[in-house]
Design a protein around this ligand. Structure first.
Ligand code: HEM
Ligand code: HEM
Length: 488
């Protein structure tokens, strides 16, 4: 495998002009920065909404007089700002940079991406205000008014166009697996949004299509971008090729073939046809194949590089994210089984799983990627490794507390709900301490997000001291610094 990778590298390097990295980075500098900064903005907004929702579980009477801050509005506003604001916009910035670097090709139509980011932000503002003002569509995962999704689909299309134009002019023959994942996500994402926006579903078919959509937005839009980043940064920062190129292709195709069938596992015990639910459970379990393949590939690549993981901000976040990907997916396969659904469906257990996926995996991978990308784009270093460390520990401990607390709370809640001798209120009271723990975890995460926002603001405006080397957690000897790790 290493032979294939190195042959391809030699084949590609021969035709590359001197200084191609700087040329490529300069061409995507402002579009990528605009996407990442917008994502960070929505992360902070989404965190405030999340904290309000979380505190309401501790003090249900809090803010009930303000209609626009009631749970039924704040929760969907949190979900939408995080999924279509933070993770999708930051993801678009990260995928654009990876695309340019991996194709070793400059972007000529960057202005189209700037238009995309501006209009996308406007749509997000309108959509979020609409939900808070009470104009939600009340359809899970698509709560914004319909026209907002039409605009977002247009923005993804306009943002993707310059990328496909680069693909046509690419300077490499071989397409690394990250390009496969990103290219597929750019086709799957709009396809999902368009298909579910059509006004052709009713009743049970609507519920089935709803969960097909929501599950695939996670698995075929958010997940591929996270995996593409992990596939790029783990070998890049460690400085060795991916363990097995063949395994990575197997992982890609099994994800592409299996994920799409699993969405109806959200309706186990619901009014969907049982054959559809059973098929979805079978495919949920078959997902073990791509997940183990990806885990093996990442693990074997990182094996023996603990020092690099400890000292590099990028690796620390991304390895945390990659491990969480394995955990959430294996947990998901187990969770789709009927006996476990009986116990945990409609409980906080699902919310724990949800954040293990969207936060511990996808969000942490985004943080790690941004720590690598921004210094190269801005030609400026992060202002303080201490603040990055603070960001890592507040978010890692915060999400750890969040997931552990809700995983336990959900099981206790489910057991009490299934106990004919227990009242409904008992099933709520038993979760109380765990919901306080979630609020503490969420507060820690929000502190981390503010620190991250400050670091991002500082590097974009080139505030703070200009350091003479990359920001590491631990001192590194000059001889140890690989070219992959240096900021230039
Ligand atoms: C093999 C992979 C996976 C399987 C089989 C799986 C399975 C499941 C199941 C069965 C549920 C429904 C639980 C219920 O309603 O009781 C669920 C919910 C959820 N999963 Fe996963 N999961 C997987 C991977 C992921 C990943 C990678 C992410 C994030 C990137 C994720 C995020 C979520 C979210 C956000 C929900 C909650 C959706 C909602 O109720 O609004 N999952 N998953
Ligand atoms: C500050 C950190 C966060 C806190 C405190 C938090 C809190 C919450 C709360 C309280 C809920 C409602 C739970 C319920 O209905 O029982 C929720 C739902 C949700 N959040 Fe977060 N969240 C945070 C970060 C994130 C991030 C970064 C994302 C996405 C990237 C995200 C995605 C979601 C999703 C998809 C749901 C719906 C889950 C489901 O229905 O199963 N959250 N969150």
């Amino acid at each position: 495998m290493a032979t294939i990778a190195s042959e391809t590298v030699q084949d590609n390097q021969a035709r590359l002009p001197e200084g191609w990295r700087e040329e490529v980075d300069a061409s995507v500098r402002w579009p990528v920065t605009a996407f990442i900064a917008s994502g960070a903005f929505w992360l902070v907004i989404g965190s405030v909404l999340a904290l309000i929702a979380s505190f309401k579980f501790n003090h249900p009477e809090w803010l009930v007089e303000q209609g626009w801050l009631t749970f039924g509005r704040v929760r969907p506003a949190h979900l939408q700002t995080m999924i279509f604001g933070w993770i999708s916009m930051a993801g678009f910035g990260v995928l654009t940079w990876l695309w340019a670097r991996l194709l070793k090709t400059d972007m000529r139509l960057g202005w189209l991406q700037l238009v995309s980011v501006a209009v996308w932000n406007l749509a997000m503002v309108v959509g979020t205000i609409a939900i808070l003002a009470g104009f939600s569509r009340s359809i899970e995962w698509v709560e914004f008014p319909l026209f907002v999704y039409v605009i977002i689909i247009g923005c993804i299309g306009i943002g993707a166009f310059p990328l496909f134009e680069m693909l046509r002019r690419r300077r490499v023959r071989h397409l690394y697996v990250s390009i496969w994942y990103i290219g597929a996500a750019l086709l799957w994402g709009p396809f999902l949004l368009i298909t579910f926006s059509l006004p052709i579903y009713e009743g049970v078919a609507h519920a089935t299509a709803n969960w097909w959509f929501a599950h695939n937005i996670l698995g075929l839009w958010i997940t591929p971008v996270g995996l593409a980043a992990a596939y790029y940064f783990i070998p890049k920062v460690i400085g060795r090729p991916i363990y097995s190129y063949h395994l990575s292709i197997l992982g890609f195709w099994t994800l592409a073939l299996f994920y799409n069938w699993a969405g109806v596992h959200h309706l186990v015990g619901g009014p969907a046809p049982q054959w559809a639910v059973t098929i979805s459970i079978v495919f949920s379990v078959m997902m073990v194949i791509p997940v183990v393949v990806v885990a093996l590939n990442h693990h074997m690549t990182a094996f023996g590089s603990l020092k690099a993981v400890l000292r590099s901000p990028t690796l620390r976040f991304i390895v945390f994210g990659a491990m969480s990907y394995t955990a959430v997916s294996l947990h998901g396969s187990f969770m789709s089984l009927r006996f476990w659904q009986e116990l945990t469906h409609f409980t906080h257990h699902t919310i724990g799983h949800a954040h293990l996926g969207v936060y511990a995996f996808a969000t942490m991978v985004m943080f790690g990627s941004i720590y690598y990308i921004m210094p190269r784009l801005m030609q400026w270093e992060w202002r303080s490794s201490g603040l990055i460390n603070l960001h890592f520990w507040t978010t890692a401990l915060g999400i750890g507390t969040y997931v552990v607390a809700l995983t336990i709370a959900g099981v206790l809640q489910g057991l009490t709900l299934m106990d004919p001798g227990a009242s409904f209120m008992e099933s709520q009271f038993i979760t109380e301490p765990w919901l306080y723990a979630r609020s503490i975890g969420g507060t820690l995460m929000t502190v981390g997000h503010l620190v991250f926002g400050y670091l991002l603001y500082s590097i974009i405006l080139k505030k703070g001291p200009q350091l003479d080397g990359p920001t590491y957690f631990a001192p590194v000897l000059r001889s140890e610094t690989s070219s992959a790790d240096s900021a230039a």
